[in-house]
Design a protein around this ligand. Structure first.
Ligand code: FAD
Length: 430
């Protein structure tokens, strides 16, 4: 006789506490078998075997597995595709239901549809819960019941809808896991990757840091932001915990968490923005797309100290401060007139916190072609940005030593005028 089980399928919700899908699985009446699939689709544009995202996820799975083993359980973790892994588990268990948390990106939606279809054919129930966001899909809509494309209006409605129940954390009874110990989690090398040196910290919002966020967040030399983007990306922290801290300590920080949900709902309602400008007029811009210049940008050899420091931080750590992300993205799209999609793809390859909705949304915002974007005629001056936000040159010295002797690859005033002409011509032509 096969044992009857419910599966909880971990994906980008890698924690035990306050996990809505896991909570529902534990309440299903069957013992729960936790499963994780090392799916190659997990990372788009992976960075070879030294992939920080895979290393991060692998470390988290090992930690969760160790915790579950204290309860006589563990995570059944395998490389492969979800359907193939579940199919294999069917040979051993009588799977009654698969539980998971809902995702909103087009590829994740398509993958979940495939698993749902497979489950239905097998007579297995498939349940997905809201977990990654406070409000999802059509929960925050305009008065005309259309999705928002302006952040301020979205944020107003988001805040007016929020009640304490929306960010109430759940406590799950962890004794309902399946009393069977799965095989050990395969090593990083077993799944084709190598250690990158990435660490798991931080995993929780620090109240002191959040309270000072509004004053510190724009200065890249100051460690003044939460550094929770990776934890939010992979769900090692719950968004409800973050919102509870934000409400107590910083509305500015709350707004950033709302930006995250704003871009998620934009991608959900307008999946075309993954590849196309939200404003179609901007498809007519005649990008220069010079490959050698793109390489200079990627390698941090533009001669603009702040841009090059940012690219060095990204290349060396997989992270870049938000202010510098804006400056480097602006430099690529405006100064070099390189298609925002090239920059988006490069960030996707390098960022550990890579979130498709946020990356596409912010790139389009900077390029001027996205939802509620900065007007295209606003061109960041990288030297002025440095004077304003890195006055003591601490950030550029850290990431770009010797910056004083490097010559800019293009004159700012010349590039600004050229960008305005090309943008104007493109948008007018439309
Ligand atoms: P904090 O400033 O402490 O903010 C808290 C959380 O709010 C972040 O962890 C993040 O989840 C969210 N958040 C903050 N700013 C934004 C924003 N502008 N848009 C959406 N969510 C936001 N963020 C990503 O998580 N993944 C990406 O792939 C990504 N790509 C970006 C590309 C560009 C060109 C730009 C300009 C920004 C991008 N961001 C991205 C947004 C932002 O830069 C990072 O979220 C932030 O720097 C992460 O550091 P933190 O966790 O300390 O953020």
């Amino acid at each position: 006789m096969k044992s009857e089980v419910s599966i909880f399928w971990f994906r980008r919700d890698l924690r035990i506490q306050d996990n809505r899908g896991l909570h529902a699985a534990l309440a299903s009446g069957y013992p729960v078998l936790p499963v994780f699939v090392f799916d190659r689709e997990l990372t788009r544009g992976t960075d070879g075997p030294f992939d920080r995202r895979v290393d991060y996820v692998h470390q988290v799975i090992k930690c969760l597995d160790a915790r579950l083993r204290e309860h006589g359980s563990g995570i059944f973790a395998e490389p492969g595709t979800p359907v193939a892994v579940f199919q294999k588990l069917c040979e051993k268990y009588d799977i009654k239901a698969v539980f998971c948390n809902r995702e909103y990106e087009p590829t994740a939606i398509a993958r979940d549809e495939m698993v749902r279809k497979w489950a239905v054919e097998k007579g297995i129930a498939f349940h997905d819960e809201k977990d990654h966001v406070i409000f999802e899909r059509d929960e925050v809509m305009s008065q005309g019941n259309t999705p928002y494309s302006v952040f301020s209006a979205y944020a107003r409605t988001w805040k007016s809808r929020l009640s304490q129940a929306d960010y109430q954390e759940l406590r799950s009874p962890v004794d309902r896991f399946f009393g069977f110990v799965p095989p050990p989690v395969p090593s990083l090398r077993d799944i084709g990757f190598e250690k990158t040196g990435i660490s798991l910290q931080p995993l929780e919002p620090e109240p002191g840091r959040i309270a000072n966020y509004a004053q510190c967040r724009d200065y890249p030399a100051v460690d003044g932001t939460s550094r929770l983007s990776v934890a939010l990306r992979f769900g090692t922290v719950s968004v409800r915990r973050c919102v509870a801290v934000a409400i107590r300590y910083s509305e500015t920080w709350l707004n950033e968490l709302i930006w995250r949900e704003f871009f998620m709902q934009v991608l959900y309602h307008f999946p075309r923005v993954e590849r196309e400008c939200f404003k179609p007029a901007y498809e007519s811009i005649r990008w220069r797309n010079n490959e050698a210049e793109f390489e200079q940008w990627c390698e941090g050899r533009t001669g603009y100290a702040l841009v090059d420091a940012g690219m060095a931080e990204l290349n060396e750590t997989g992270y870049m401060h938000n202010r510098v992300r804006m400056v480097t993205a602006s430099f690529l799209t405006k100064h070099l007139l390189i298609d925002w999609r090239w920059g988006e793809a490069y960030f996707a390859q390098k960022l550990t916190d890579y979130e498709r909705s946020s990356n596409v949304g912010n790139w389009q915002w900077v390029a001027g072609c996205g939802c509620d974007a900065a007007p295209y005629f606003r061109v960041f001056n990288p030297a002025e940005q440095m004077k304003k936000f890195d006055r003591e040159l601490m950030y550029v010295r850290r990431w770009n030593p010797g910056f004083e002797i490097k010559k800019p690859m293009v004159d700012h005033e010349f590039a600004r005028k050229r960008a305005l002409e090309v943008y104007r011509a493109g948008v007018q032509w439309y």
